[in-house]
Write a new protein. Structure first.
Length: 312
């Protein structure tokens, strides 16, 4: 398994674990709501009695099904600068094996972070200019300002280092520098395959030799279609059909929203623990892969025209 496959598998594991965590939390909150609703319908009880009954009522643990409740919590860890989500059995004395812990990291939008760091750098530079002007016009002495100046300079160096690092990520996401050459080379290959197929069709019309059609179909199936799919997936990482106003609409985007996010936590995002069931039969969230929709091009002539008209 290469690095890309490992990263994809890790992302799927985290995504499935987070989805399952919130599903279990949602189911648990629904059960609590149902308990409240049933108690509120007891007309023979006073408001105080209903409040007391609800206080004593316990929802079932999502794992062992005992009426001990489940503890769901999401807390910010100052040491790692990340959010940690946990789920555990509500029985404080005899807990069941339920143990879910997910590090949500500290997810930030790259473009927003670049903008924020740029503003901070501008602000620090303005403060440094004010200090220099105060010394120049005699409002403060150099001895009084040197400590503050050194502090601001150190802050500026740290901000600049972080800004430049984020800028690398920003350019990789929004400038497509790592894709341009690949797309250019791939387009040339596609043009070549289309030209070969067209030439074979012309030769068939002249000689009526079926071997030309066989060769054209072979190139179309084994060479052209696979490279078109690679080209589409690279050019438009987000590509799907959505139903809008009862009409099917093709949605394409050059940027995957997931790629615009960056984890700035001191510990990487990940699943620390995901145990459900008894001690001998714990289970982890299965990894799933969405089925990819394939577009079948029925006419080779139309395929050529469509490709030449691809928009930016």
């Amino acid at each position: 398994m290469d690095n890309d496959e490992e990263n994809l598998a890790k992302k799927l594991e985290i995504k499935n674990a987070i989805n399952m965590f919130y599903k279990l939390k949602g189911d648990y909150e629904t059960e609590i709501h149902d308990i409240k609703r049933k108690i509120s319908k007891k007309t023979h009880l006073s408001t105080r009695e209903k409040r007391e009954e609800f206080k004593n009522a316990k929802a079932k643990c999502i794992n062992c099904k005992r009426p001990v409740g489940t503890i769901f919590e999401t807390k910010y860890n100052k040491d790692t600068e990340t959010r940690i989500a946990k789920a555990m059995c509500g029985d404080k004395v005899n807990k069941c094996p339920l143990n879910i812990e997910i590090n949500f990291g500290s997810i930030k939008n790259v473009a927003q972070e670049v903008n924020d760091y740029h503003k901070q750098i501008v602000n620090v530079k303005e403060q440094i200019i004010i200090i220099k002007n105060n010394i120049l016009f005699g409002y403060t002495t150099p001895d009084e300002s040197v400590a503050k100046f050194n502090e601001l300079k150190e802050t500026l160096d740290d901000l600049t280092e972080s800004y430049e690092s984020l800028l690398v990520s920003y350019n990789a996401i929004y400038e497509f520098s790592n894709k341009k050459q690949y797309l250019f080379d791939t387009e040339r290959k596609i043009y070549d395959y289309i030209k070969q197929i067209k030439d074979m069709i012309i030769d068939y019309n002249k000689e009526l030799n079926l071997q030309y059609i066989t060769d054209a179909v072979e190139i179309y199936v084994t060479s052209l279609m696979p490279i078109l799919e690679e080209y589409r997936d690279t050019r438009y990482p987000v590509c799907f059909v959505d139903i809008i106003d009862k009409k099917c609409k093709l949605i394409q985007s050059r940027i995957d929203p997931d790629d615009t996010e960056i984890d700035l936590g001191l510990e990487p995002i990940g699943v620390t623990s995901f145990v459900i069931g008894d001690a001998t039969n714990s289970k982890k969230t299965p990894m799933k892969k969405d089925d990819e929709e394939e577009v079948v091009l029925n006419e080779i002539e139309e395929l050529s025209d469509d490709f030449y008209n691809i928009g930016d």
